[in-house]
Design a protein around this ligand. Structure first.
Ligand SMILES: Cc1ncc(COP(=O)(O)O)c(C=O)c1O
Length: 360
């Protein structure tokens, strides 16, 4: 290992209290966390310490001015019980895309990877064994100058916490295509995983839920014409046998790692994927012509969430039933089998946790 990451182990592991057959999403945290501070133009004091709350100054800029970014990724167990990460280098790169857009310092990608290997290696008994379960990993960074006034912070904190998550068997979701609020606009921060993007989405999501829909289907910020993404997922449609997902080149859509994986793997399974602007009118026309076959969200948490209904203005589009949801189901099973080490990993997406990190 290249970096000197100081390790302080807990004397009091909580892992034996966990019921791995019954894990609530997002509420359990494993024994350790990685922490480093950015001071004087460099990241210092990288360390792994027992998971614990920490003090924060009430004037800490990250609480006030939104320089706050995060990542979401998973570690799983191979069939032999070895811990594995899924495309960790892509998450490190995307963290730094978000950092650059929010005028925050890059976190060295090799240190990011080393920290992940060590932390997941140390807390490997927290990885749930069932296929589809995982250790969810949450790296995040926030501005930490103690200062009231809008400027770029000079100090930051970078932390990685983890926690087990159960197999995600989401029921199909219903979507409301949003025609009043927007998530992102050209030139904005839509392709950064910035905390404020999620804060801004909460009111429209609540209003959609009040109308009986699970999530908002975001349309573009200029014309409310082109489909963008959903909550914490990118969106895929199957129209007349073709798989279509909105292109991300306007910078208004988060470049999902699940999305990228599907774009690479679906052609191997016999489906060409078109990445292009997709208008909501094209979806409506496909629905009326009987060729809207599937719609699903793609993201780390669920891998795939099928969509059973999309509302757009006065039209409610009911999608074909479960038996017809072939493409999304196939993509999901493939990723889960890959994560469980059951099929050959021809892309090198599965990264075994380094053996040096497994001692102790
Ligand atoms: C806004 C948004 N879009 C898409 C995604 C899917 O990205 P990924 O597949 O990397 O989880 C996420 C989740 O990170 C997200 O928050």
């Amino acid at each position: 290992m290249k970096y000197d990451i100081k390790v302080t182990r807990t004397n009091n592991s909580r892992v034996s209290d966990v019921d791995f057959d019954n894990i609530p999403f997002g509420r359990l945290f494993s024994d350790h966390m990685f922490v480093s501070e950015y001071v004087g133009g460099q990241w210092i004091n990288p360390r792994i310490e027992p998971f614990a709350p920490f003090l924060i100054h009430p004037g800490s800029m990250g609480l006030h001015y939104g320089q706050s970014i995060f990542e979401g990724m998973k570690a799983s167990l191979s069939q032999d019980g070895d811990p594995m990460l899924f495309r960790p280098e892509m998450h490190g790169r995307r963290l730094n895309v978000s950092a650059a857009r929010m005028c925050m310092p890059a976190f060295p990608e090799d240190l990011f990877l080393e920290a992940l290997h060590m932390l997941v290696g140390m807390d490997r008994t927290w990885i749930p064994p069932k296929e589809g379960s995982a250790l969810y990993i949450r790296p995040f960074m926030f501005a930490n100058d103690e200062f009231i006034g809008v400027k770029t912070s000079q100090t930051y904190k970078f932390i990685i916490i983890t926690g087990p998550v159960g197999p995600y068997y989401p029921r199909p979701v219903s979507l409301l295509a949003e025609t009043k609020y927007i998530r992102a606009a050209r030139g904005g921060v839509g392709d950064a995983k910035a905390a404020g993007n999620y804060g801004g989405a909460m009111l429209p999501a609540k209003l959609a839920q009040d109308k009986g829909y699970d999530q908002v289907l975001w349309l573009d910020g200029r014309e409310f014409k082109y489909v963008q993404e959903v909550g914490t997922m990118n969106i895929f449609f199957v129209i007349d046998g073709k798989v279509i997902t909105p292109s991300t080149d306007e910078g208004t859509i988060l470049k999902g790692i699940t999305r990228d994986s599907f774009i690479k793997l679906l052609p191997e399974l016999g489906y060409k994927v078109e990445e292009r602007p997709l208008s909501i009118e094209e979806v409506v026309d496909a629905y009326h012509s009987g060729v809207l076959q599937e719609c699903f969200g793609a993201g780390t948490a669920a891998v795939v969430a099928h969509v059973d209904k999309i509302a757009y203005k006065d039209l409610i589009m009911e999608l074909p039933p479960m038996e017809a949801r072939k493409v999304g189901e196939m993509a999901k099973s493939y990723i889960n089998a890959l994560r469980a080490g059951k099929i050959e990993d021809k892309w090198g997406w599965i990264v075994p946790v380094k053996t040096e990190a497994l001692v102790g």
